[in-house]
Unconditional design. Structure first.
Length: 95
């Protein structure tokens, strides 16, 4: 009987662990020139987020929930948008 309970708990934990979130990916570009912006910050909570790579791309893995993402880069106006993470990947570009 203990083995059966252990098996059930193990399987339930596996479902909970793998069904807990998604990701937001995108690219940050300059609206005027179309050039990508290196090192732009995408923040979803105080001190939490990502920076763009050499090609202006970013990726943030998040647990399920609602978030406000804010993109900022030196010399550019900050932009924000809301996303809802529900076990899937979302793509959002900042221009």
């Amino acid at each position: 009987m203990k083995k059966l309970y252990s098996l059930i708990i193990f399987n339930l934990l596996g479902l909970v662990i793998f069904a807990q979130g998604g990701s937001v990916t995108g690219k940050v570009t300059d609206k005027a020139t179309g050039e990508t912006i290196l090192g732009a910050s995408i923040i979803y909570a105080a001190g939490k987020g990502a920076q763009t790579d050499l090609d202006g791309n970013y990726k943030i893995d998040l647990p399920n929930g609602s978030y406000t993402l804010t993109c900022s880069a030196m010399g550019f106006k900050s932009q924000s948008f809301n996303v809802v993470i529900a076990d899937k990947a979302i793509s959002k570009d900042f221009v």
